[in-house]
Ligand binder design. Structure first.
Ligand code: 5GP
Length: 131
């Protein structure tokens, strides 16, 4: 069965998309730990990041870097944290989270409530800073 992220890539499930190319896709986490929390994924459905080929891994990181630079330009923060967890969704994803202090990336803490309009505006804001 296709992962929920494959369904998002195919447009079968809606998302707040930021960018895509032939191989990769970036969108907002639906339950953000902070405003601007992005997920960056390969279109190829692979569960575990270290099962990607070396080239796929490098290309994913380069794509994530483009999203992180746009995120940092769009959302005031000290740095953008990059994290891979993968315990919930078995489809490789890099979390990008705008960071002020360490508690900003507590994945176990209650998530930040954002309305559909706020999520839409945030995705557009980040996409608008892509180079
Ligand atoms: P992990 O697998 O790294 O533990 O966490 C998966 C992440 O995906 C969580 O932060 C969760 O909020 C996010 N997520 C799960 N389902 C969906 C979904 O349908 N849409 C979006 N945009 N994010 C999701």
């Amino acid at each position: 069965m296709a992962s929920i992220f494959t369904k998002i890539i195919k447009g079968e499930i809606p998302c707040y998309k930021i960018a895509e190319n032939e191989q990769f896709f970036a969108f907002l986490d639906i339950n953000p730990v902070q405003k601007g929390h992005c997920l960056v994924i390969p279109k190829k459905e692979v569960d575990y990041i270290f099962d990607l080929t070396e080239q796929e891994y490098i290309d994913l990181q380069l794509f994530a870097r483009q999203i992180a630079l746009a995120l940092q330009a769009a959302i005031p923060c000290k740095k953008v944290a990059t994290t891979v967890v993968g315990l919930e969704v078995p489809h490789v994803h890099i979390h990008l989270v705008p960071l002020q202090t360490l508690p900003f990336i507590n994945f176990a803490a209650p998530r930040t409530a954002m309305s559909a309009q706020e999520l839409k505006d945030t995705a557009q804001l980040i996409a608008g800073h892509l180079i």
